[in-house]
Write a protein that binds this ligand. Structure first.
Ligand code: 13P
Ligand code: SF4
Length: 319
């Protein structure tokens, strides 16, 4: 609409006035992703968001995504002002891994190398030897396993199980899950495969094992977009948040992309895979945060210094 166009123009102007760069995750609204691209920001998976943010010359970064992405940006660039359209956007993995309980779990297993998924609070990262995202988890854990290290993994049990299976590493697991990906079921994938028998299946590894087992490609959001390009199939069934369809369809305009249904056993829901916290990011709160400087992310300096150990290892890691 013309109202929306005017709002987008205002936001573009504010980005310039505030020396701000917009970084958006693939799961945010299409309009935010296209705005990030149009203004010299980036649309990326969580690893690339961290890399991009730490290299950006702007004095302010606006992170459209969920809380841990803003905190990671702040910890990597403490001199920058990090804003988020809303600080309420969390993640079920973060919620399910409170720092005090996690710390006690680590204390009980001092012989293990602590590897935490990026989808955690700064305090949880402060207990970690390594931070990883889904794009790099396999390579890091394979490396630790080769060195003979046993791993304490948190919080995503599905990603952890997948990494353990692929690498053969000894991994003690926290019991967390993503509420979006956990809803994909093998039954639902098999049902949709009957409709599109020649399709390839793309799966984010936060999904349950039975779903990963049906995948032709498994990986982070960026890795799934690359797989969409690389696979020879004309039809792709995609088991991850539906926000990814915006960039994935741009990458493969000639292919048919099909949303994997969530549910199974009769309770099949189409177009349901969408993170409620990613969905909190919108043009209105983006404009507001730029205008008023609202939604500024802060991280305690002592926590930051500890969390940086694992974050720096992640960014320096070359497989
Ligand atoms: P990616 O690292 O694949 O972008 O995933 C982040 C996330 O929150 C997935 O649900
Ligand atoms: Fe967390 Fe899942 Fe949302 Fe990603 S999609 S932010 S893992 S709840």
């Amino acid at each position: 609409s013309s109202d929306q166009k005017r709002q987008i123009e205002r936001i573009k102007q504010l980005l310039i006035e505030r020396d701000a760069t917009l970084v958006a995750h693939y799961y945010t609204d299409d309009v935010l992703q296209s705005l990030a691209e149009a203004t010299g920001g980036c649309v990326a998976d969580s690893l690339e968001m961290a890399r991009f943010g730490s290299k950006s010359p702007s004095s302010t970064l606006v992170v459209a995504g969920v809380r841990f992405m803003g905190e990671t940006a702040k910890m990597l660039s403490p001199e920058k002002r990090i804003l988020m359209p809303t600080l309420e956007a969390t993640c079920s993995l973060d919620i399910g891994c409170p720092a005090a309980e996690f710390s006690a779990f680590c204390d009980a297993h001092p012989d293990r190398t602590v590897v935490v998924y990026a989808n955690t609070s700064a305090e949880v990262k402060a207990r970690a030897d390594w931070v990883v995202t889904s794009a790099i988890a396999l390579d890091v854990v394979a490396h630790l396993h080769e060195k003979g290290e046993k791993v304490l993994w948190a919080p995503d049990k599905h990603l952890g199980r997948y990494v353990a299976e692929q690498t053969g590493a000894d991994m003690l697991m926290w019991d967390g899950a993503c509420i979006v990906h956990e809803e994909f079921k093998a039954k639902g994938i098999l049902d949709i495969k009957r409709v599109y028998p020649d399709a390839a299946v793309l799966v984010h590894p936060e999904s349950p094992q039975s779903v990963v087992d049906l995948a032709d490609a498994t990986g982070s959001t960026s890795q799934l977009i690359n797989a969409a390009k690389a696979l020879p199939h004309d039809t792709l069934i995609v088991a991850t948040d539906r926000g990814i369809f915006y960039k994935m369809q741009q990458a493969v305009p000639e292919k048919l992309l099909v949303e994997a249904p969530t549910g199974g056993n009769g309770a099949t829901c189409r177009s349901c895979a969408h993170c409620p916290w990613m969905a909190m990011n919108a043009l209105d709160n983006l404009e507001q945060c730029l205008k008023e400087g609202l939604g500024e992310v802060t991280v305690d300096e002592a926590v930051r210094v500890k969390a940086l150990v694992g974050l720096d290892r992640m960014l320096a890691f070359k497989s």
